[in-house]
Every structure is written in structure tokens, then in C-alpha cells.
Ligand binder design. Structure first.
Ligand code: F6P
Length: 337
């Protein structure tokens, strides 16, 4: 929604929230430099909403974001702030921003951070907030892309290439768990590009381990054996419950009489040098967030729609979930034959 008032934006702030993602630094750099280019003062808030509540704001300069485009993590730090679930806390945050003469806020984060940002804006006379999708999970409804996804996928595929060497040498079945929580985006992309035999994803309630998944896993391993394959890579999305991959391995051992190995890739997927794709998307989206504030937008998210940078009302995307790409998962299995 655009403001009808002439834009009087002078000072803006930027924070990162939720799990970090490679490319967040490139987004911060874009917000700072695009903002300064347009005559704004840009403040960095350290440690997400927690830092905001503590008043941890510092003015950033062109030089303070030098040499960070290639760095993983986020120089302004991030965290998950439970206190922000409370309305009173969100009101305090806006009060603090107004006291510091901040006219608009850019939030770089995932869906939880978006929810906090939307409520904060909506409950406080539409305080201008623009969100930028920063999460390796690529699970934000309404955007085809989130910053960090490409780097995380490449890190996981690189790990799978290495695991394949040892799997082949020992004729072993490997269950490789990737991040993404309940979103199958990372698993599907990693499975297809890593040449996996199968991809196991959570059901609608976010659970990966079930009788159905065990049957699918056993079928895949037995089919591979019939085709003369002596080793297999199965990609497993982590899901809501953290022990699913070990339970799947145990069930596989019992039912298919193999000695599987488990590799949990974990937080390694959240670190490292961002790919050119992530740096590009972060730069485009960071600048677009500032542009949106300058044009009087409030309560919107920057995203990618049909390959182009777009703006989406936060209220139209919250609570909605992307559907898993079942075609990609099926294709992975066909191509693994
Ligand atoms: O949302 C990003 C993510 O990396 C998920 O893929 C994962 O489930 C979660 O964060 C892990 O969070 P934490 O760093 O708090 O353990």
C-alpha cells in the first residue's frame, strides 16, 4: 500500500532476523549504499529485534559496509526474538524507532521475521516496514527466491559429491539430511542436482518419519539393488522433528538388510562465501527495499515473481505455504534409474 503523503523519509534502519543466510551482508550493503546515495541516513541494528528493543542502533557509512559482499553470515548479527511475539513489545519497538527519528525499517529475514514486522507495522499506525527475504530455506510464499538458497544448495551438493566417493568405495547407502525445516525446496534442488536416488520430504504436518516414508525408502533401495547399484544417496529434508533421519536409517536396516550411514549436513549449509546468484539477488532486493520506502510503501515484502523483482503486501503472504515441487522430486527418481 502506498502512502498518499509526500515522502519525508530521512532516516532508515536495517536489521537481520532469524537464521542467517549467505548473502545477508550483500543485502545490508545494498540497503546502506542505496540509502546513502539517495540522501538518507542509514542505521544498522545489531542482533535483530532483540537489538532493536535494546536500542542497539548505529549509523552506518559507505565504508562500514566495505569488503562484506563476499562474506557469509551478517556483520550486524541476527537472532530469533521470542519477546517480539507480544504486542506490547512490538509497540515498544516502534516507540523506540520513533524516538530515534527512524522513519522506516528494512527487515531481512524469513517468515517468522516477516510476521513480526507485519504485526509491528499494522498495530502501530502503519509504521513503514519493508521485508527482504533472507533465509536459506526458500520457503517464503509469494517469492520464487530467498537470499542464501543458492549458496546452501551448492554447499549441500558439494558435500554429496564427496559423500558419493565414500559411498561408492564401500558400496553403501547414505541418508543425507539437508536443512529447510518443513520446506522441501532445498531437498528437491539438492536431490536433483546431486543425482540422488530418492528424496524424502515432510508430510503436510511437517513430519518426515512415517510408515509411508519408510515404504518409499525401502522401495527405492531395493529397486537400486535390482538395477545393480551398489551404493545410493537418499536426500532427507530435516522436517519438524529432529531425529527423523536416524529413525529412517534404523527402519531401513531392519527392512532392507543394509547398513546405511547418516550424514546430517546441518549448519554448514548456512555458512560460507555467497554465490554470485545470492550476491546479485541480495543487491537487487536490498536496493529495491529502500526504493520502496522512498516511494512511500509500507508493510510490503520484496520478492521475485516470474523472474523479476517485485513488491508484495505482507498481509497477502503470511500464513501461506509454498507447495513442494513434486515434479522435481519425481524427475530425480526417474533420472536415477
Ligand atoms: O530457517 C533456516 C534454518 O536454517 C532451517 O533450515 C533450520 O531448521 C533452522 O534454521 C535451524 O535453526 P537454528 O540455527 O536456530 O538451529
Amino acid at each position: 500500500m502506498k502512502s498518499t503523503k509526500p515522502n519525508s523519509m530521512k532516516n532508515i534502519a536495517v536489521l537481520c532476523s532469524g537464521g542467517d543466510a549467505p548473502g545477508m551482508n550483500a543485502a545490508v550493503r545494498a540497503v546502506v549504499r542505496y540509502g546513502i546515495y539517495h540522501g538518507l541516513k542509514v542505521y544498522g541494528i545489531s542482533r535483530g529485534y532483540t537489538g532493536l528493543l535494546e536500542g542497539a542502533l548505529e549509523e552506518m557509512s559507505l565504508r562500514s559496509v566495505a569488503n562484506i559482499i563476499q562474506r557469509g553470515g551478517t556483520i550486524i548479527k541476527t537472532n530469533r526474538c521470542k519477546a517480539f511475539f507480544q504486542k506490547r513489545t512490538r509497540a515498544e519497538a516502534v516507540h523506540l524507532l520513533r524516538r530515534k527519528h527512524i522513519d522506516g525499517l528494512v527487515v531481512i529475514g524469513g517468515d517468522g521475521s516477516y510476521a513480526g514486522a507485519h504485526l509491528m507495522a499494522a498495530e502501530n499506525e502503519n509504521f513503514p516496514v519493508v521485508c527482504v527475504p533472507g533465509t536459506i530455506d526458500n520457503d517464503i510464499y509469494g517469492s520464487e527466491y530467498t537470499i542464501g538458497f543458492d549458496t546452501a544448495v551448492n554447499t549441500a551438493v558439494d558435500a554429496i559429491d564427496k559423500i558419493r566417493d565414500t559411498a561408492t568405495s564401500h558400496d553403501r547407502v547414505f541418508l543425507v539430511e539437508v536443512m529447510g525445516r518443513t520446506s522441501a525446496e532445498i531437498a528437491a534442488r539438492v536431490g536433483l542436482s546431486g543425482g540422488a536416488e530418492s528424496i524424502l520430504i515432510p508430510d503436510a504436518s511437517g513430519v518426515v518419519y512415517s510408515e509411508k516414508t519408510v515404504r518409499k525408502l525401502v522401495r527405492s533401495v531395493l529397486r537400486s539393488a535390482r538395477q545393480g547399484k551398489l551404493s545410493s544417496i537418499i536426500v532427507v529434508c530435516e522436517g519438524e522433528k529432529k531425529d527423523a533421519t536416524y529413525r529412517l536409517a534404523k527402519a531401513l536396516k531392519l527392512k532392507a538388510k543394509v547398513e546405511p550411514r547418516v550424514a546430517i549436513l546441518g549448519h554448514v549449509q548456512r555458512g560460507g562465501v555467497p554465490t554470485a546468484m545470492d550476491r546479485t539477488m541480495a543487491s537487487l532486493m536490498g536496493a529495491e527495499a529502500v526504493q520502496a520506502l522512498l516511494e512511500g510503501e509500507r508493510d510490503v515484502a520484496i520478492g521475485v515473481t516470474q523472474g523479476s523483482i517485485s513488491r508484495i503486501l505482507l498481509k497477502s503472504i503470511l500464513g501461506k505455504q509454498k507447495k513442494p515441487d513434486l515434479k522435481m522430486i519425481r524427475l530425480t527418481e526417474i533420472l536415477a534409474s
